[in-house]
Ligand binder design. Sequence first.
Ligand code: C5P
Length: 235
Amino acid sequence: MDEADPRSRIALALDVPDLEAAKALIQQTHEHVGAFKVGLELYTAVGPAAVEAVHAAGAECFLDLKLHDIPATMGRSVARAASMGVAYLTVHGVAGHESLHQASVNAGSTRLLAVTVLTSLDAAALQAIGLAGGPREAAERLAKLAWRAGLRGFVTSAHECTTLRATLGEEAFLVTPGIRPAGADVGDQKRVMTPADAIAAGADLLVVGRPIRDAADPAQAAAEIARQVRLALSQ
Ligand code: C5P
């Protein structure tokens, strides 16, 4: 899909409990969204059938399993996910170099994304976990670790995009959750940004969930976000 096509820049999180709800959301929004994210809730409930539903709609699947395990298990799990033909797969950067390396060499044509710091974590939460520095410093450190292990995709808040782009360069593929249109409910996210600001900050792919899923009219909400992305891309 063309980079200037807003659909190539939006992944809708299918954070729903069953296949029927997932298919309904896909059907309502696929005109405006190029990728659908199958996360822990849906994958736990229905497994690979969720991936198949996304592919059946002609869209890309973003499998957000946030894998974090020992190197052997990482490598084998990534290989299984890649064999389903998913376009994107997430692993946690904190899994460390060897696990990330095993993930990297087993990913095939699936684009691996290293989760740096969850967008729901703020500086106080990071300190409580024992991760030194604020979110920006931690995200940069984890992204560099993943880069050295061979990964070129990173999940980060849009607030860290500029730093990561400056550190890693154009080859880095930056994916940003925590996207909220102006005035939208933030929910449990802490480090949020509007779609247009995230694009301007250099995000390659925006992950949007509740602002579309919980809208009175998800199709209209997706269309409006696509409009804002198109506008930001043209500026
Ligand atoms: O509903 P909302 O737009 O906040 O959805 C964000 C989605 O992105 C959720 O599915 C969440 O699991 C995911 N995500 C995140 N922060 C990360 C990685 C993934 O919010 N660092």
